[in-house]
Ligand binder design. Sequence first.
Ligand code: G1P
Length: 303
Amino acid sequence: MTLNQPRLNKAVIPVAGLGTRFLPATKATPKEMLPVVDKPAIQYVVEEAVSAGLLDVLMVTGRNKRPLEDHFDRNYELEDLLHRKGDTDRLARVCEPTSLADIHYVRQGDPRGLGHAVLCAASHVGNEPFAVLLGDDLIDPRDLLLARMIEVQARLGGSVVALMEVPLEKIHLYGSAAVRSTAEHGVVGVADLVEKPEPAFAPSTYAVIGRYVLDPEVFGVLAQTAPGRGGEIQLTDALRVLAQQGRVHGVVFGGRRYDTGDRADFLRTTVRLACEREDLGADFRNWLREFVDTELRTPDLVS
Ligand code: G1P
């Protein structure tokens, strides 16, 4: 990073998706507000951005997303009630999301895909590198992925994607990257990207996971990107153009990633995070052990 370069401080979080996989829970509640243990999923993502030093957060929202704005705003009635009761613990938890970051909102209007959502951030972001965090992926706060990506972007320039190896039969759920190794452990050059390929056409089993640090040049490319897979403007397709110009690197992540994208993954995430909680974990783990030993003991497992 040169001395005059401003430190990257903007995060863009697309939250306009309809969350149809969680209906009816998401009929009147945004999927980002579903609680993972006792915190809405979106709060984990904002906390991750903040701990990487990104204090300017732009949410790209859509219709029916008002509860997100309310969650990160003050709730004077509730605060007053808890204050009068002297319930300082709960009061702190209610106030926490309000003071996390400087949060802005822009509406996507037509939901035309992830690439279009990122393009909606262009005038807020301006001509600086910025991060994109997708809410379906939670990264364990002990594993510093975003900070590493920011550092790599500052040093190498261009854009940086997060990559994780997945089984071949799962690659159709992700963007897949053709990579070449570099002298640096855990950093690869990205030569090509394909959005959600069939296994036979995947350039590798390196999947793009939901963290990006992007050069603002991506906006110009996105503006020219035609709808791709699913008839949507894909971020992967714009990054593919930049990858073919040698402008994309990948940081290979081997840490803890929790998927909240579909119901089964969401349940796994909730169980994992509940087990790790200081206040709930010990009791919950005991219950879980007992549950597995008794109720999940099928005759063929016993024999
Ligand atoms: C999006 C991207 C995909 C990426 C994935 C990571 O897909 O389009 O390239 O691999 O996020 O979670 P989505 O899961 O939103 O359909």
